[in-house]
Design a protein around this ligand. Structure first.
Ligand code: HGY
Ligand code: MN
Ligand code: MN
Ligand code: MN
Length: 419
């Protein structure tokens, strides 16, 4: 779509300096690393609280540990318009994944404030707790909690040092005892801006993409139990080497994923990003192994068929090596989330009015929006990142593109607010 330009009220420079300021709060020995439930994350939250308060937002932590900055609207009882994302990162992550979406929310609130414009609806800027997969083995903890999708089993999960998830949520100011049902029913709409983490916008030389939907995210863990033994003395035909079937399964995941892609029109990818070996020593036949499989599917049936085949083939690989398959466990599963048609239209119109051509595209990456979509109409905007790279220190985006996304979102929110 291509249209006339219009006048922006977003200060892309101010936006940019916030993103860079937050990026400075990182583990000293790892670039752009602010893992959830760490002192570094808490430091980032403190920065965010001060920034939100300086912007005139009233700041609270909800029961799920999400930080929320609120700007009241003019219409008593009107439902809130939320803008959010996350400020936690993957290990050695980037400066923009999640952060851009939270900072854009603050910039939109500032732009409205400095123009003396009060929306009818309250506006809330949300930093969702622990969107990235955490040491508790779960991602999107804050948005799951807001949507009532954190159950007692999940809350009792512990991380390697023994800390329970509910205690960790309490430590950041949440109230886990209030979790279980959806936390709220007062949301009019939810908007999230995120870097694309792929290359469609960059290849099309566009600043703004309007997301159609978010793929299902399914995570599986497979555990292999063999017998640790001396690597030098144990004959090959007397081993139960746990790593042998695990290594074969890495190839099986790749092959089954490629076959699934061939047979489907929907987005499908599968990745083995974790392969733990124990005791992980050169001269010991591995006694146990564990691999984590991360699956993204636009069509959930593709994920089900992939998992059934992986189940069968991993059991066969274990039998062939005399290794016990100690577990084939579902770690987490989120359904695909569709973006609201009406909000997508408002984003497209707002981009057009601001002079930005747009592209409609799906999201293979998971986002907090998947869970907020259970509470209210949801929409996402993508802006390009260099080479589509993300979840790595090379992640990069341009101020003008993030500014274009913020201008587009501001336009859509004002149109929605005007009714
Ligand atoms: O893994 C994801 O899709 C997101 O970046 N947490
Ligand atoms: Mn991410
Ligand atoms: Mn993200
Ligand atoms: Mn995300």
């Amino acid at each position: 779509m291509s249209c006339a330009a219009s006048e922006p009220a977003i200060d892309a420079g101010r936006l940019w300096s916030d993103i860079m300021a937050l990026a400075e709060i990182t583990e000293p020995d790892r670039p752009w690393t602010r893992r959830s439930f760490t002192p570094r994350f808490d430091e980032g939250r403190e920065w965010l609280r001060r920034r939100m308060e300086a912007d005139g937002l009233s700041v609270r932590i909800d029961a799920a540990g999400n930080m929320i900055g609120r700007r009241e609207g003019s219409e008593p009882g009107a439902k809130a318009i939320l803008i959010g994302s996350h400020t936690d990162t993957v290990p050695s992550g980037g400066r923009f994944d999640g952060v851009a979406g939270v900072v854009v929310g603050m910039e939109i609130a500032r732009a409205l404030d400095s123009a003396g414009h009060v929306l009818r609806h309250p506006l809330e800027v949300v930093d969702f707790l622990a969107e990235e997969p955490s040491e508790f083995g779960l991602s999107c903890i804050g948005s799951r909690g807001m949507a009532g999708a954190l159950d007692a089993h999940m809350l009792a999960a512990t991380r390697p040092d023994g800390l329970r998830l509910d205690d960790a949520i309490r430590a950041v100011g949440g109230a886990p005892e209030q979790l279980g049902a959806p936390l709220r029913d007062d949301i009019a709409a939810y908007f999230e801006l995120h870097i694309e983490q792929a290359t469609q916008l960059e290849r099309a030389a566009l600043s703004v993409g309007v997301v159609t939907g978010i793929a299902a995210v399914v995570r599986i863990a497979i555990r292999f139990e063999g017998v640790a033994a001396h690597a030098g003395a144990t004959p090959m035909n007397q081993r139960a080497d746990a790593l042998a079937p695990a290594a074969e399964c890495v190839g099986v995941v790749r092959r089954l994923a490629e076959e699934t892609v061939q047979g489907s029109n929907a987005h499908f990818v599968a990745t083995v990003g974790i392969l733990d070996v124990h005791p992980n020593a050169a001269n010991i036949v591995p006694g146990s192994a564990r691999l984590a499989v991360d699956i993204r599917a636009g069509e959930p049936g593709d994920a089900d068929r992939f998992i059934a085949r992986l189940d069968e083939e991993s059991a066969k690989a274990c039998a062939a090596h005399g290794v016990t398959r100690a577990g084939f466990d579902l770690i987490s599963r989120s359904d695909p989330a569709l973006c609201d048609e009406g909000l997508r239209g408002r984003l497209e119109d707002a981009a057009c009015a601001a002079g930005y051509d747009t592209l409609s595209l799906g999201s293979g990456a998971g986002h907090d929006a998947m869970f907020v979509a259970r509470l209210a109409p949801m929409a996402m905007l993508f802006t390009p990142c260099l080479g589509g790279r993300s979840h790595c220190p090379e992640e990069w985006a341009e101020a003008r593109d993030i500014g274009a996304g913020a201008t587009t979102m501001l336009g859509a929110i004002r149109a929605l607010d005007a009714g």
